[in-house]
Design a protein around this ligand. Structure first.
Ligand SMILES: Nc1ncnc2c1ncn2[C@@H]1O[C@H](COP(=O)(O)OP(=O)(O)OP(=O)(O)O)[C@@H](O)[C@H]1O
Ligand SMILES: Cc1cn([C@H]2C[C@H](O)[C@@H](COP(=O)(O)O)O2)c(=O)[nH]c1=O
Length: 201
């Protein structure tokens, strides 16, 4: 079986910046790498991503759509890759649903537990890198870098609740989470990631 690594954090925390670095690390080991993202990762998932990121909808509709996208992603991409021995890295996975729909939007976490059990009862990441930054740092990075989607336009209290839920899950699942202080420089973070990967694998 391959390894499954997920990248998490509030928008602007810096996770996408480090995916190329981790990709290189894995490729240097000579194993096949599948790099993907959520919502998305399949043709249907990418269509659902457009809806989730740009349409206003009921919070439960939003939760159901991100898990619908995930169902396709797990079945079509993640599981087949892991079973043939490839490593999979995903820019976001189920921890995002707990953080954004649970923490940020306030959806009952028991409903997210039920969806997780339905969609991937026997799959969890081997390693989750949580890029953690104060809200003002994340916001400044976003403002400098792009046009904002529906989530990125949310207010500070939404992101405070999202960040808190991430940190709660990191404390709940210490065996797979590694929390990275993403206020450090990119070079310092890369050193830390390399040490984490060396220790884990
Ligand atoms: N450690 C860092 N120090 C300074 N700037 C950084 C750091 N990490 C990322 N950035 C910059 O912040 C911006 C946002 O980074 P990035 O796109 O990686 O964030 P993200 O967490 O993936 O955001 P999103 O979830 O919205 O895609 C980019 O311009 C990136 O160059
Ligand atoms: C998987 C997942 C994602 N989201 C949100 C979080 C982000 O704001 C966007 C994805 O944008 P990114 O720039 O690619 O990080 O989607 C969510 O609310 N729930 C989820 O399960």
């Amino acid at each position: 079986m391959g390894k499954f690594i997920t990248f998490e954090g509030i928008d602007g925390a810096g996770k996408s910046t480090h995916i190329a670095f981790v990709s290189d690390y894995i490729k240097r080991r000579g194993v096949e790498l599948v790099s993907s993202r959520e919502p998305g990762g399949t043709p249907l998932g990418e269509k659902l991503r457009e809806l989730v990121l740009h349409e206003k909808m009921h919070l439960e509709t939003e939760a159901l759509l991100v898990f619908a996208s995930r169902r396709e992603h797990v079945a079509q991409v993640i599981k087949p890759a892991l079973e043939r021995g490839a490593w999979v890295i995903s820019d976001r996975f189920t921890d995002s649903s707990f953080a954004y729909q649970g923490g940020g939007r306030g959806l009952d976490l028991a409903k997210l537990d039920a969806l997780e059990q339905w969609v991937h009862p026997d799959l969890q990441p081997d390693l989750t890198l949580l890029f953690d930054v104060p809200l003002d740092v994340a916001r400044a990075r976003l403002d400098a870098s792009r046009e904002l989607d529906k989530f990125e336009q949310e207010k500070a209290d939404f992101f405070a609740a999202t960040r808190n839920e991430y940190l709660r899950r990191a404390a709940q699942f210490p065996q797979r989470f590694r929390v990275i202080d993403s206020t450090q420089s990119i070079a310092e973070i890369q050193l830390q990631i390399a040490a984490i990967l060396d220790a884990c694998f």
